[in-house]
Design a protein around this ligand. Sequence first.
Ligand SMILES: Nc1ncnc2c1ncn2[C@@H]1O[C@H](COP(=O)(O)OP(=O)(O)O)[C@@H](O)[C@H]1O
Ligand SMILES: CC(C)(COP(=O)(O)O)[C@@H](O)C(=O)NCCC(=O)O
Ligand SMILES: [K+]
Length: 249
Amino acid sequence: MILELDCGNSFIKWRVLKASQAGVFAEGVVDSDVALLGGLHSLVGLSLQHCRLVSVRAQEETNRLVGVLVAAFGVSISCAAPSREVAGVRNGYEDYARLGLDRWLAMLGGFQLASGACLVLDFGTAATADFIAANGEHLGGFICPGMPLMRNQLRTHTRKIRYDDVAAERALESLVPGRTTAQAVERGCTLMLRGFAQSQLELARSYWGEDFSVFLTGGDAGLVVDALPGARFVPDLVFVGLAMACPLS
Ligand SMILES: Nc1ncnc2c1ncn2[C@@H]1O[C@H](COP(=O)(O)OP(=O)(O)O)[C@@H](O)[C@H]1O
Ligand SMILES: CC(C)(COP(=O)(O)O)[C@@H](O)C(=O)NCCC(=O)O
Ligand SMILES: [K+]
């Protein structure tokens, strides 16, 4: 079995594959190393041979997680590393090592699934957009605050924006103008994300006409999916790229 991990700024997304090219044995989203170990130890019949991982966290934090996994399961761990070119995609950053590895892997996955020009949108802690031309050239991208950051900034820098998770969830039943603080903030920030996505789409059209694919991923992709008809919602896009960047053997 293969353990795959995507360590974002807020959550660790994990899944266990039965073998390469085979189905998913188990999967989850956790907010700490301890919760990850708890989740894995609770799996009946788990037998890990390999592990591959991508992290946008600090090196020490990632090293600590690797150490914990090696100690717990005795597996060898392959970590995605920055690269100038993989599978026909050429990293467009001035310093290729500075491009977030989750963005890079989502791009690899998107370009492979599209077999052509694509726009990759990832809605996590940050919201990101990346443009890959039909010849595999990465034109660059954009980063802005995602839903958790926008919400927290409002909460931290105002006196009277306070509401709980239940109110936040209920607020998104519709996107009409809010009549409570929770509705006003949750809907306002959702519209910001949708506006971000739509402006990326316009830019992609100006480059490529209608001849490109749009991929949506990240924990908050569901907030924008309705606003982008024709986009492909691929929750595991980073894992698609991870398997390409870290093939077994
Ligand atoms: N099943 C889920 N588990 C955790 N977070 C989720 C889930 N579904 C949606 N979310 C939301 O996704 C966002 C985090 O997205 P994610 O892609 O995991 O971020 P990151 O990669 O930066 O850690 C949060 O706003 C969170 O509320
Ligand atoms: C842009 C990001 C913060 C997104 O992280 P996420 O929201 O997935 O946790 C991450 O890809 C990152 O730290 N990138 C390095 C900076 C860059 O890509 O330019
Ligand atoms: K991410």
